[in-house]
Structures are given as C-alpha cells and as structure tokens.
Design a protein around this ligand. Sequence first.
Ligand code: ADP
Length: 170
Amino acid sequence: MRIELLLGDITDLDVDCIVNAARPSLMGGGGVDGAIHKKAGNELAEFCKSLGGCKVGEAKLSSGFNLKSKNIIHTVGPRYLFKKQKEEDDLASCYYQSLLIAKERKFYTLVFPNISTGAYGYPKDLASKIAFNTTSKFLLENDFPRKVIFCCFDTENMELYLEIFKSQLL
Ligand code: ADP
C-alpha cells in the first residue's frame, strides 16, 4: 500500500518532504502554514523571498530548515468561493504539482495536509476525494514518491479519508 493515513501534526514528521498549504506570498500565515514557518525558523521566510510567490494550484520547493522533514513543498490551495470547476481543478493541481516535484526529486515519502479545508473553506468531503483520486492515479503511473501520507489534523478529515480507504478495499 503506497498511501497511508495519519492523525497528527505535520511539523513533527521526520520524512523526505512535507507539503505546506501556503499563502500566495509564501511568507507564512495561519493554520498549517504558520506552524510550519514557526518551527522551520526565520530562514524559511528569508529563502521564500527568493521564490517570488506562488500562484493558486502551483507548487514550489524549499529545504526544511529547522524541521525534521528535509524538504517542504509549498502549494497554494483555492479558496472555496464560487463552487466552480476551476476550484476543483486548482485543488487537484496542488496535489499533482506537488507529486510531480516529489517524482523529479525521487522523494521516498511525501506528506500532505488537508489543503484548503481550513481557512480557505473547501468542503472536507469534496477535498478528500480530490486529494485521494489525484494521488492514487499519480502513484499508479509513477514510481516516485514511493509513499504518500495524508496527515489529518482533525478527526472529521480522518474519518472522511478512512471512508475512502474502506471503499477502496471492497
Ligand atoms: P487552508 O488555507 O489551505 O485552508 P489551513 O492551514 O487553514 O489552510 O488548513 C488546512 C488544513 O491543515 C486544515 O484541515 C487544518 O486542520 C490542517 N492543519 C492545521 N495545522 C496543522 C498541522 N500542524 N499539521 C497538520 N495539519 C494542520
């Protein structure tokens, strides 16, 4: 099984790469973005200045600085505003573009938070399906990353992912 589930804090994980649900400025913010910047240290924001921001659906790589994770992929999720196809495409693109970087860098393990499901208001059930479908398709077609972990921070997300996992076993 190349997809795993975890309930916990993504900033604690000792892996090749974690994904940050970042703001377009890449200068940090609230939620998981704030937690990552706090623990990675000021050097992260210093480095991010050189990246020139990030558009919705795109992804950019940095080192993990003071985190245990060696690398961080910063991706900007869509705000759930107009309930349009574009928002779905943008969220899928966050997962796809992050997976593509992990493939190019031959990262063994990549860990995603539940992008857009906090301050950006994306419905958790829809977001979990997009995350799972985009990732499972990518893993079928590519050897790297070897493993993807969905790191949930709240039990509601964890239960939604568990439901998807169960339905895949039938
Ligand atoms: P967004 O703006 O993309 O919605 P948020 O950070 O507000 O970003 O929320 C995205 C998800 O990250 C939410 O499901 C939230 O519960 C989760 N989250 C917040 N802090 C952490 C953390 N330290 N580790 C893992 N997930 C977290």
